[in-house]
Design a protein around this ligand. Structure first.
Ligand code: F3S
Length: 401
């Protein structure tokens, strides 16, 4: 790979041992993908997982003196301030979160603890080269904003933030951004929930860059967020095209670069119903809790729940996960009070797949997110997956249809 003098010096340790280690990893990644050079980035997002392996890597870079040149935003762990009040928080969980916080603070990250940075704190412009990890973030910045990022891991995104460069391969190159699978959607896309199910069709869609047709006009940001998040739960997709939404897919022809798709996939109502049966526990049962915000809920979604629970009392615990910005706006707008008065919690900085939920181990909840249902299995939670309205009604009654 051709390195500039600056990049070569960094690799040889002139900018410190930490930067050299990060550059060494990136050069190895670049070589394995046949990259010819390294290019500068202007943005990064690190999907820190607040797990031992992730922390080991961050602390390793830190002890080698690394500092972020491009300050990345970071994914949620859990809110220590909120969960420290809960008697059930295990000591090791508290210590893990504190160490993660300290490491990323020292590395110079922006401690946003939010998995939808592309909607608020870290929005790239068209064509901007970035290093984004996080399942919904990478496809959103590529497919909706038209920025250029590979599907980075938390570690490679952190390396990019430290060096300020990424190897140029994959979705950074025009030819790899073209669509190659035609996905004709014949299902009724009535609400944002159907995009959760459409995204969970990764097995049927297969490997490649899908081009979705047949979707309604004026598709919401939340629907696009859901689509990307679930595509990367059921498969691995750095980019998709929605004709008329993706800046590089104004027309079907442009989406495919004038070439024929490798294959065509048709998605029907039956497909969505079948996949729901795969990811969801059976309904018609009592539930113990409700959890929303995987990915983190937008203000519009928090507002929707507030509208449904205003003046009522929830029969079970309700957790709404969101960014600190959205929580603050919800507070200012009186939504937080409405939800708190009903008995619900709106929590910032927190992910459903974290060690802060031991009290939900062995319990069954409702969620509108297949990703939430999938990742929390290892935390001992199980979920009935339904659309948001049905879930909120279930939380008010304590049972789901
Ligand atoms: Fe966000 Fe955690 Fe879900 S990072 S997308 S809440 S698994």
């Amino acid at each position: 790979m051709d390195l500039t003098e600056q990049q070569r010096k960094m690799l040889e340790g002139e900018c410190g041992e930490g930067a050299a280690l990060a550059m060494k990893i990136q050069v190895a990644i670049g070589r394995s993908f046949g990259a010819k050079r390294m290019v500068p980035i202007t943005r990064a997002h690190v999907a820190l997982s607040n797990q031992e392996a992730d922390l080991w890597f961050a602390e390793k870079l830190l002890s080698a003196g690394a500092k972020c040149k491009v300050q990345p935003t970071v994914n949620p762990g859990f809110s220590l301030a909120y969960f420290e009040k809960a008697a059930s928080l295990p000591d090791e969980a508290r210590s893990l979160m504190q160490r993660t916080h300290n490491a990323y603070k020292e590395l110079g990250a922006v401690l946003s603890y939010n998995c939808t940075p592309y909607l608020g704190s870290n929005i790239p412009r068209f064509g901007e080269i970035a290093a984004f990890s996080e399942s919904s973030a990478t496809p959103f910045v590529n497919s909706v904003w038209g920025a250029r990022s590979n599907r980075e891991s938390a570690q490679s995104a952190l390396c990019a933030a430290v060096t300020g460069f990424v190897p140029e391969y994959g979705l950074l190159l025009d030819e790899n951004r073209l669509g190659n699978i035609l996905v004709e959607v014949k299902a009724d896309m009535k609400s944002d929930f159907e995009y959760q199910l459409l995204g969970y069709m990764g097995k049927k869609i297969g490997t490649g860059v899908p081009v979705f047709t047949g979707l309604p006009e004026n598709i919401s940001q939340e629907a696009l967020m859901n689509l990307g998040a679930q595509l990367n739960t059921s498969g691995a997709y750095g980019m998709f095209h929605v004709v008329g939404v993706t800046p590089e897919a104004r027309t079907l022809e442009q989406a495919f670069g004038g070439k024929k798709p490798l294959r065509k996939v048709v998605i029907t109502n039956d497909d969505l119903r079948d996949i729901l049966n795969v990811i969801s526990e059976p309904g018609m049962r009592k539930i113990d809790f409700a959890m929303f915000g995987c990915p983190h809920f937008t203000l519009k979604q928090v507002q929707e729940i507030a509208g449904m629970v205003r003046g009522k009392k929830l029969a079970v615990e309700m957790w709404i996960l969101t960014s600190s910005y959205v929580r603050e706006m919800a507070d200012r707008m009186g939504l937080l009070k409405i939800i708190n008065d009903a008995g619900g919690h709106v929590v910032e900085d927190t992910c459903c797949d974290q060690p802060c939920w031991p009290h939900l181990n062995g319990k069954t909840g409702v969620t509108e997110s297949p990703k939430c249902a999938y990742y929390t299995r290892r935390r001992g939670m199980s979920f009935v997956v339904r659309d948001l309205r049905t879930c909120v009604e279930a939380a008010l009654k304590g049972e789901v249809e």
